[in-house]
Ligand binder design. Structure first.
Ligand code: SF4
Length: 185
């Protein structure tokens, strides 16, 4: 029986999803092994059934990311953080360095929308439409929000790393990954 997998991009750039496409013709083998549930790959926005493995790209920078990540934890037996943004916060976590005042979130928004040298914003507006997800006080890694079972580092992890990780997880033996594909230096 095919395993069920889900994928999502939170505070990420979709580069890790693009890297999955770098498995090239092995994608034909992949669709024999798995069925995609909620994922940008099929554009399913909600879970249709419980999944064996969930792959999460990106960390959490807003309340929608937190809600989505908790939903993945609830619906996936095994949860895997994919890429530096999920594992360590990646580029978005640079925002956490803006913490000189008593109100770091306001300082961050003012830096992005008002005070940066390349900003042209004569109305001095900071986006606050109620439809926008509430921004968190800082960027959180996935494991700061829910229990993660595995992490795959890299920005992005290569197609080979993703392929071998998926095959290892599907075979229930992730510790078999060869050292050369999980060494990043
Ligand atoms: Fe993009 Fe790199 Fe973050 Fe993946 S780890 S979402 S490729 S910035």
């Amino acid at each position: 029986m095919k395993k069920r997998i889900a994928t999502v991009s939170l505070a990420g750039c979709f580069g890790c999803h693009m890297s999955l496409l770098d498995i090239d013709e092995r994608i034909l083998e992949l669709v024999k092994l798995v069925e995609f549930d909620r994922s940008p790959i099929n554009d399913f926005k909600k879970f249709r059934a419980r999944c064996d493995i969930g792959f999460v790209e990106g960390g959490c920078c807003n309340e929608e990311n937190v809600h989505t990540l908790r939903d993945f934890r609830k619906n996936c037996d095994v949860l895997v953080g994919v890429g530096q943004c999920a594992v360590m916060g990646g580029l978005p976590v640079m925002r956490n360095a803006i913490m000189h005042s008593d109100d770091p979130l306001r300082e961050c928004l003012e830096t992005a929308y008002l005070n940066s040298p390349y900003v042209y914003n004569p109305a001095n507006d900071i986006p606050n439409d109620p439809a926008l997800p509430l921004i968190l006080d800082k960027v959180y890694t996935c494991s700061e929000v829910v229990k993660m079972d595995y992490h795959i580092p890299g920005c992005p992890p290569s197609g080979d790393v993703l392929w071998q990780t998926i095959v290892a997880l599907l075979s229930g033996n992730p510790s078999d990954l060869p050292g050369e594909i999980i060494k990043f230096d």
